[in-house]
Design a protein around this ligand. Structure first.
Ligand SMILES: Cc1ncc(COP(=O)(O)O)c(C=O)c1O
Length: 461
């Protein structure tokens, strides 16, 4: 496409680097410039509106604009627009926010370490796991285990933790002491006749085998998202976390729950850890913490980790870690107000009520000829596109079926996330039934269009 010189698209192409984007293609295709948002919808610079079925990047839990949160940010900037948490300094919004999230944590947690993004939160949690084992006199416990196709962010350590080969390629990553165990995707990976429980047992056994191969006394921590988001909205198979936690306990390995997507009602409980009975030593949280209106994240730590940090601080005279903007008063004030809104609108009750409606409205596509499997929990759902549902034969990657459905959906005013040939839905938590129906209607048109095209090309079974 050729853009008019000096158009907003041409200026973008000439100035901005886009993440997770084919940079060469961007030079010709250009951007969709989003100019405003209202509830679950965003509008581009030509005035077209789209239902945002993945809340931006799984984060805009209260939609895309807010007078109330704008006022809070404005007032906070007028009274104290910046202060930090270094060297015994503090600010009131950070203190209040820490108290608030400790009060709602799914298991007893005693302190909060603030950062500005999910990646930084995971990076900090990695460092804290190392710090913990150094304090315990076991510095050789330096390896960290996560799952294949997990996503934990993009700083050098967080992306090493992530199990996505496309994000390692070309960067010389992951770092050597990051190991990856099996991808617990039941629909794709189960053996014929294998139940979910049996599959979970096999996943836990694979984890134990990896621990044995690496040496149990070299493993510091295991990281997991309760529901794997960027891996494709993969819900854990029945019994998975019980079995995994038994293994971790046996070898005294720290468990870090990455609640960056699942936190704040996404799964129908305040935390994914609550939905799946996870009892983590640390939890990372971001995104819906501030409804994505401000960049802020948090690591929650339990007594065990905190005691070790105190001991380290005694040894070294200082907890030598930090970020300039960690606990930023404006971000914290906005996040605090978001927590008040969650209480007022009973965010967990909403997610419990609307989750099943989303699951059933989109679940009906389970019988569509392009769809192999539809699975989700609360207000998160993954839809696997498959050439042959029963035999679990995927489409040829070269057909780009997922990308074609996404493009068709966008033409019909619907933004979905595609992970390979898996469509992911995680709409703002304020979504209403009418919008869920609109998502289903627009998606139906997109799926039918792509199915007809594939039929014409002779690519359907
Ligand atoms: C589970 C999970 N962890 C961490 C991150 C990284 O968060 P951020 O992009 O804020 O660094 C993401 C981002 O999508 C995520 O989904």
């Amino acid at each position: 496409m050729t853009y008019i010189p000096n158009s907003i698209q041409a200026r973008d192409i000439a100035s901005v680097v886009h993440m997770q984007t084919n940079l060469r293609k961007h030079q010709t295709d250009g951007p969709v410039v989003v100019t405003r948002g209202e509830g679950c919808r965003v509008f581009d610079d030509a005035g077209r509106d789209y239902i945002e079925a993945v809340a931006g990047l799984w984060c805009a839990s209260l939609g895309f604009s807010s007078e109330r949160l704008a006022k809070v940010a404005y007032e906070q900037m007028r009274s104290l627009g910046y202060y930090h948490l270094y060297r015994h300094r503090s600010n009131e919004p950070a203190i209040e926010l820490a108290e608030k999230i400790l009060a709602i944590a799914p298991v007893p947690m005693v302190r909060v370490v603030f950062q500005c993004s999910g990646s930084e939160a995971n990076d900090t949690a990695i460092k804290l796991a190392w710090y913990y084992w150094h304090a315990k006199g076991e510095p050789q416990r330096s390896k960290i285990i996560a799952r294949r196709f997990a996503y934990h962010g993009n700083t050098a350590a967080a992306v090493s933790l992530s199990g996505k080969p496309d994000m390692h390629a070309g960067f010389g990553l992951p770092f050597a002491n990051f190991k990856h165990t099996e991808f617990p995707h039941y629909y794709r990976q189960h053996e014929p006749g294998e139940s979910e429980e049996q599959f979970s047992a096999r996943m836990a056994e694979a984890l134990e085998n990896l621990i044995q191969e690496e040496g149990p006394d070299t493993i510091a921590a295991f990281f997991a998202e309760p529901v794997m988001g960027a891996g494709g909205a993969i819900t854990p198979p029945a019994g998975y976390f019980d079995k995994v936690q038994a293994v971790l306990k046996k070898y005294d390995i720290l468990f870090v729950a990455d609640e960056v997507i699942c936190g704040f009602a996404r799964t129908g409980e305040m935390w994914g850890s609550r939905t799946y009975g996870i009892r983590p030593d640390m939890m990372t949280s971001a995104k819906a913490l501030s409804a994505a209106m401000q960049p802020i994240s948090a690591v929650l730590i339990n007594e065990r980790v905190h005691e070790a940090m105190l001991a380290q601080s005694d040894t070294y005279g200082n907890f030598a870690h930090g970020f300039t903007y960690a606990g930023h008063p404006v971000a914290a004030a906005v996040a605090l107000e978001v927590q008040k809104i969650y209480e007022e609108i009973d965010i967990v009750g909403r997610a419990r009520r609307l989750g099943p409606l989303l699951q059933s409205a989109l679940g009906k596509f389970g019988s569509h000829r392009l769809v192999g499997d539809v699975r989700g929990v609360g207000l998160i759902l993954g839809m696997e596109l498959m050439q042959d549902r029963k035999a679990r034969v995927p489409f040829e990657a070269a057909l780009g079926v997922g990308a074609r459905v996404s493009a068709a959906a966008q033409r019909h005013g619907l933004i979905v996330r595609v992970v390979g040939d898996r469509l992911v839905f995680a709409p703002p938590l304020i979504i209403e039934m009418g919008e869920i129906e609109a998502i289903a209607e627009r998606l139906g048109k997109a799926l039918d269009e792509v199915a007809n095209d594939l039929d014409r090309e002779g690519a359907l079974a």
